[in-house]
Design a protein around this ligand. Sequence first.
Ligand code: PLP
Length: 390
Amino acid sequence: MTHSEFTGFGTLAVHVGQEPDGVTGAVIPSISLSTTFVQSAAGVHSGYEYSRAGNPTRQSFEEAVAALEKGEYGLAFSSGSATTATIAHLIPVGSHVILVNDVYGGTYRYFTKVATDNGIEHTFVDLVNPENIKPEFKENTKLVWIETPTNPTLRLVDIEAVARYTHEAGALLVVDNTFMSPYFQNPLTLGADIVVHSGTKYLNGHSDVVIGVAVLNNEQLYTKLKFLQNAIGAIPSPFDCFLANRGLKTLHIRMKQHAENALAVAKELEASDKVDEVIYPGLQSYKQHELAKRQSSGYSGMVSFRIRGDINNANKFLQSVKVFTLAESLGGVESLAELPSVMTHGAVSTEDRAKLGITDTLIRLSVGIEEADDLVRDIRQALSEAVPDQ
Ligand SMILES: *Cc1c(COP(=O)(O)O)cnc(C)c1O
């Protein structure tokens, strides 16, 4: 696709990085499995030397995600967590990092159990009020790491405000955009310096690839991170890049359906007397609905709710669903349900779980792209199994 005036999301998703093969004319570029590339003279090559440093299939994926995130440069990694760890190498020993308090569990684990041993200190801050970040900056604060919405209580962080405070303090802002996907939210346009994704979730979208990606605009920062991508070597395989890129081509179609189905499910839950609270940014009743409308163009497929009763009712619900599958992870075409207090957030201390509102009755749904009516009926029947009529 060489016509730069055709920049609609779906057009970019289908075409960027997907030029027909110059030799065979194949419309879908071949998966480039070769680890090494021919040189016409020592040090003279076509841009590829060795596959860890650069690979055509990986580059296609990186270019596509960068275009969708409205960024200049993309870099892919072997997982979302490898992306996080590699970015953490951008800052020197002795640095301080500020993270949103209910950051993704793997990011929490990395900064509390790994980065500390490498001389990086951290502070967790509740950022529902962005002003809370101001007193937390230190002389050596180099990085701020946020997610919005957070997981699993779906609280929002005002990206623009946090970007402003972060830059005033001379630090870099990283936004983990996994939950929204570039279809609904583009943090770079709101002031973020680096956007990261666990491509394992919505980007690939089919629950069959573990992959990560970072997108950024600053050329110097890109050069540094690309150096680290090669030096650390946590790169995805060409086959995984191919699959993730193939998933990406339908991202816009899937996200529309995820969001439509999630709203239908959220409304069903809200109408039920077997549910104490529903958390979905697309609901009028959602506390930060105005912020949601301002910084994103939709509300994605994640819905959390508190079932009436105790953990037994929650377990009964999870055992009663028939279309939803009881499993961790999110962002795939199939609907999933899980109990964060036991599953995804089981490693968080009881005390911290209580502070974050991760109670034993909080159920997290990743609403898939099945028929909305089936999902709604499944929720209804599982609720009536799990909670007796009043
Ligand atoms: C899953 C996830 C990650 C980690 O990604 P992996 O690909 O599992 O390593 C990071 N952030 C968020 C928000 C996630 O959901």
